[in-house]
Design a protein around this ligand. Sequence first.
Ligand SMILES: Nc1ncnc2c1ncn2[C@@H]1O[C@H](COP(=O)(O)OP(=O)(O)OP(=O)(O)O)[C@@H](O)[C@H]1O
Length: 416
Amino acid sequence: MFIPSEMEQISLPLDNVKEKLEPMEPNQDYIDAFQLESELMDSPSLPNSTIYTDVNVVPEHEKGQLGHSILNLEGEIAGLKQKERLLDKKRREALNKILDIKGSIRVFCRVRPFLLSDRRRIHEPISIGLEKVVVKSVGIRKEYRYDKVFHQAATQEDVFVEVEPILRSALDGHNVCILAYGQTGTGKTFTMDGTNNQAGIIPRAIEELFRQASLDNSSITFSMSMLEVYMGNLRDLLAPKVASRTHEVAAKCLNIQTDPKGMVEVEGLTQVQIPDTAKAKWWYAKGRRARSTSWTNVNETSSRSHCLMRITISRHGDDSKAKAQVSKLWMVDLGGSERLLKTGATGQTLDEGRAINLSLSALGDVIAALRRKRGHVPYRNSKLTQILKDSLGKPLHEQKIKNFSSIEIHIAPSGS
Ligand SMILES: Nc1ncnc2c1ncn2[C@@H]1O[C@H](COP(=O)(O)OP(=O)(O)OP(=O)(O)O)[C@@H](O)[C@H]1O
């Protein structure tokens, strides 16, 4: 018969299970847990289905072991921090050595490509090597040597990669300086500022400084100042509008002071805190708008002054009471050196050109004296060199970018 035989088959295994369960003692832990759960469920203040377990309660027997592990980990962390400090010290020393070997003053040359606006196109006026530029003009052949030459096709990124190590050096506590110089219209402002699509050294440097500071263990803060040297006077580019309305008012307020340790300060110069890249770029754009520019034969918006931007870096160590270590990074877009006749300058523009040339010549003298390691360095000959005094020369670092355009009109026979 079909049904009884199936029932027999089912009942057999159940009998076996019963036999196996009977000899087992009831587990007291399960009984207690079950009672506790029933009590909690009966409690009027808690919803029926909710059971709470306190995960923070460490069983007594595990406490000692955990305390021991925590102590071990704390020891490991302290050891790693010490190791990191040691490696950071070694890294700084290595970077300093590299910069010293490369030279505390490095000069790069960037050759500007032809532009549609260039009136005259001269084929191969210059030939370019990795470290030299040969200028050929009617009956003249001159060779100039640099630490590196950027070809016309070099991008803003290519240029920035070369100056980047100097930013690390500034974060490490050195005063450093990046200068762009060359004739009017050769691309100094393009190299330092860039355009919206092709950011130059300054906006890139701002981003890089904040990036590196975020990776650093010490707390690093930045502030910014901007000024221009216009016709031998100083103008505060970040001053509130009232103070900067006339050149005279701002010029009177700014005084170059040197402390006994040789640190230079421009007294009265506005210094703003820059907590992040957005704020830094906002202030920088404000300063740029205040700069003096005018039209010349060779550049529609020619800079008629030297524009100096300073980022002051304050590094606070572990000891909050200790004095912060302060260093300066100057980024300078120099006014165009020019043969005044070629720029078609007259009147005020001619005077501006003369003033620019005078201070560039003073800067040239200072750099030549530093390179030749002369005892006397003529810093006092211009305001530009007085301001940069503590950031030019050893053991500090400086990088210069000479801008050449690839058309003859911009190439001065004396350029170097
Ligand atoms: N590498 C480059 N690639 C493309 N365009 C460039 C480059 N360098 C310069 N230019 C362009 O050439 C023109 C002149 O450049 P810029 O204003 O930077 O010259 P400058 O040397 O600062 O001149 P000035 O001394 O008169 O201020 C600008 O229109 C700029 O965009």
